[in-house]
Write a protein that binds this ligand. Structure first.
Ligand code: GLU
Length: 546
């Protein structure tokens, strides 16, 4: 067969010499040991914990070694492409402080771009043409129907499905048949002519899993689709070579494709990057462990963490705990250190499925949030509200001084005990909402009817916002005594039968009237922050509400 003529017929025209690409994408001038890693998402709009898991590992390894992390967009499959997906990837990763050095919409050095695979079609085609010329790739005219019939037959016979060996019908077409099909205008794809034998095992060193054995590829995979765009497998091999990637950390779901990738790198005459296949994140579901699922587990999506307002550092701490077996110990010793100081290594990465437990993350989150100063908390909550808050919530930040007071009171800053019950920004925002909005009542009055009204009226008659805490409280005691409640708790405890209740019950009525809640931080302070007018208006409104 005249492969050169066939290549010219299939991909006509002048292509740059392959050496041209070696020249324009020269080896990177980086110090010895510097790793070039990448994140290569498809622009599907769904960016998940697995991506973050890989991103943190790639970022740490690149930057700890003085290397480069770049962002490549694998957009060869148009059907899966979603508008705004690249922005979504970037925003999601920026939130977790993953810094790219180069790549799609990143700026930085563009020597190794373009970063969208669709913009690199010329490079891929040049290599496809070369493989055809060498007899390592061939046109396949099989239709979708033929391929699905083949799949069915193989499934029925309990054989491995795919286009290989005796099933690779077009692999053995004669020159004449090929040209007849081409003359008839039949659409075609280009397939790799695999030289592998599934009887052969290849020993492979995985940077995470260690030495493993994989089966040689014998699938004649599609490398160029009928629209002239390559498949992911082919494009990624070319790109990892010319972007001078040294190490690929990716999800273990790609392990199954590794034999294909090994054969492609060999066929192209490229040296492979090193690979590390990251374990999957599992979830305990009753008695079984299963992979986190897009359909069942909202926490798989990175969007979830931002919408809920998780503190990015907390999520990273938890991810690092799962990623590196020695992280937890380091973190216990260095709870406040920048996470970059941890010596992340691929060798310490978990080899098999790790359990992802939202409760553990929540504990870390509470702990980390309790370390923030009012100012830091202010910035964190405002950042969340700007993106996800209601218009009313955005307004919580217009009076800085007031909000700082609220945060100090609610977080226990400055006091002996820091509160550790906020997991997320959305939770904290709900907690502080009572200072900024008249929210619906959440708790029931335990004292109702006439007595409740008498307590509220008694309070309103005496209330003066200028009162200090002692005076304020003595007035509350007066209201208690006047309504048959013990002004002193100890009196109530000694003779409960003499009273309707104690001053604490009276304070609770006032608390619910002011905030809608039976449990709050100090009520005098709350009323001080709300101001006289608002306090009065709320208590007044509670007189007529149920
Ligand atoms: N585009 C693939 C993805 O969507 C990347 C696989 C790889 O990292 O090689 O995950």
């Amino acid at each position: 067969m005249d492969y050169k003529a066939l290549a010219e017929r299939l991909l006509p025209g002048e292509f740059p010499a392959l050496s041209h690409f070696e020249e324009i994408y020269p080896p990177r001038a980086l110090p010895e040991g510097a790793e070039v890693t990448r994140l290569a998402p498809s622009p599907t709009g769904f960016i998940h914990l697995g991506n973050l898991f890989a991103a943190i590992a790639n970022e740490r390894i690149a930057h700890r070694s003085g290397g480069i992390l770049y962002l490549r967009i694998e957009d060869t499959d148009l059907k899966r492409k979603v508008d705004g997906a690249v922005e979504a990837v970037k925003n999601a990763l920026r939130y977790f402080d993953i810094k790219f050095d180069e790549g799609a919409e990143i700026g930085g050095d563009n020597t190794y771009g373009p970063w969208y695979q669709r913009q690199r079609a010329e490079i891929y085609r040049a290599f496809v043409k070369h493989l055809i010329e060498e007899g390592r790739a061939y046109p396949c005219f099989c239709t979708e129907e033929e391929l699905s019939a083949l799949r069915e037959e193989q499934t029925k016979n309990k054989q491995i499905t795919g286009y290989y060996g005796k099933y690779a019908k077009c692999r053995n077409l004669s020159e004449e048949e090929i040209y007849r099909n081409l003359d008839a205008g039949k659409p075609f794809v280009i397939r790799l002519k695999s030289m592998g034998n599934p009887e052969n095992k290849i020993r492979f060193h995985d940077e995470i899993k260690g030495d493993i054995t994989v089966t040689e590829n014998d699938q004649d995979v599609v490398i160029l689709k009928s629209d002239g765009i390559p498949t992911y497998h082919f494009a990624h091999a070319i790109d990892d070579h010319f972007m001078r990637t040294t190490l690929v950390i990716r999800g273990e779901e790609w392990l199954a494709s590794l034999p294909i990738h090994i054969e492609l790198f060999d066929a192209l005459g490229f040296q492979r990057p090193r690979y590390g296949h990251n374990c999957s994140l599992m979830k305990q579901d009753g008695d079984t462990r299963r992979k986190l699922s897009k359909r069942k587990d909202p926490e798989l999506s990175l969007e979830f963490y931002r919408k809920e307002g998780y503190f990015a550092r907390a999520v990273k701490i938890y991810m690092l705990t799962l990623l590196n077996s020695n992280f937890e110990e380091w973190y216990l010793k260095n709870p406040d250190a920048p996470l970059e100081e941890f010596k992340f290594t691929a060798a310490k990465m978990s080899k098999s499925g790790t359990l992802f437990d939202l409760d553990k993350l929540n504990d870390i989150s509470k702990n980390e949030l309790s370390k923030l100063s009012e100012e830091e908390m202010f910035a964190f909550l405002r950042g969340w509200a700007e993106e996800y808050g209601t218009p009313a919530q955005k307004n919580y930040f217009s009076d800085r001084e007031k909000t700082l007071k609220v945060l100090s009171l609610c977080m226990g800053v400055g006091g002996k005990k820091r509160r550790k019950d906020f997991t997320t920004a959305s939770q904290a925002m709900k907690f502080i909402s009572i200072f900024f909005e008249r929210t619906p009542r959440e708790d029931e009055y335990r004292v109702g009817g006439e007595t409740k009204r008498a307590i509220l009226n008694g309070f309103l008659e005496r209330y003066d916002p200028a009162d200090d805490m002692q005076v304020w409280f003595s007035k509350v005691k007066e209201v208690a005594a006047e309504n048959g409640f013990a002004a002193e708790t100890k009196d109530y405890k000694a003779n409960p039968e003499n009273y309707k209740g104690s001053v604490a019950d009276v304070a609770e009525v006032l608390r619910i009237a002011t905030t809608g809640r039976a449990n709050t931080p100090d009520l005098w302070t709350i009323q001080q922050i709300l101001g006289g007018e608002e306090t009065r208006a709320r208590v007044q409104a509670a007189l007529t509400a149920d």
